[in-house]
Write a protein that binds this ligand. Structure first.
Ligand code: F6R
Length: 241
């Protein structure tokens, strides 16, 4: 299902309301979260909603999609830091309620399998929030990733490192590797909420729309899910028929 809104703010308001709905519906809700520029206005809207109508959050669990390998949670470009800045520090969450893969784990293979296991132990994801890279990645599942992969370490593509360089200071090097939930983890969520905004996402949205599910465009995996919703602003949707 596609929902197309006029602008980014309307997309953010709708997406935040969906997250709030899941959090309100179940005291032990489990959310899969994403980072990136697309999600910044979403978390701002979610915080505004929670300020207006607070929820009891002591049973909430969250799992982020991904993290750069080698960046500690204190690094300003780590996704743990991003989540802390944009959401977690503003909520009354206890240690362990909000998880981001540990990009500095000594044993990344154990961190990966433990992460998929922790999602399952929490009862599975009620809703997974997704953004999309210009090459069609979701999480950091780059083109060619099998749909049945669990959480794993990936080599980031040149395209992704180039796209994400905008967040790093001049002279800082974008990490080459990341740890990401796999497409299997994502597809096991009970609901998927896929969000893309801005003209730069129009070509990949056209490609996703026109393609059958294919490992070459990882985002097409969401077409195999029974409850997925694609939320776009007019700019991201401009090449859709
Ligand atoms: C981030 C993530 C990525 C981003 C994607 C789009 O946790 O999983 O797949 O959603 O790279 O990033 P932005 O929103 O910065 O265009």
């Amino acid at each position: 299902m596609y929902l197309i809104f006029d602008d980014v703010q309307d997309v953010a308001r709708y997406t935040a309301r969906q997250l709030y709905r899941v959090m309100a519906r179940r005291p032990r809700a489990v959310l899969g979260l994403a980072t990136g520029g697309t999600m910044e206005p979403v978390y701002a809207e979610l915080l505004a909603l929670l300020a207006q109508q607070p929820l009891e959050l002591s049973g909430l669990s969250t799992f982020n999609l991904d993290e750069y390998v080698g960046l500690s949670p204190c690094h300003s470009q780590s996704y743990a830091y991003y989540m802390d800045q944009h959401l977690f520090r503003h909520l009354p969450l206890a240690a362990g309620q909000a998880r981001v893969p540990n990009g500095i784990a000594a044993d990344l293979a154990a961190e990966s399998s433990g992460y998929s296991g922790a999602i399952a132990a929490a009862g599975g994801l009620d809703l997974q929030l997704l953004g999309v890279g210009s090459n069609g990645h979701i999480g950091f599942n780059e083109p060619g990733t099998p749909f049945d992969a669990g959480t794993h370490v990936v080599e980031l593509s040149e395209q992704t490192r180039h796209d994400n360089a905008r967040f790093f200071d001049a002279g800082e090097v974008v990490p080459c590797r990341a740890i990401t939930m796999g497409l299997r983890d994502i597809l096991q969520a009970r609901e998927l909420l896929f969000v893309a905004t801005g003209r730069s996402k129009a070509p990949i949205m056209e490609a996703i729309h026109g393609s059958a599910p294919s490992e070459q465009i990882p985002a097409t995996a969401i077409k195999t899910h029974a409850r997925s919703c694609i939320v776009l602003d007019a700019a991201a949707a401009e090449r859709l028929p």
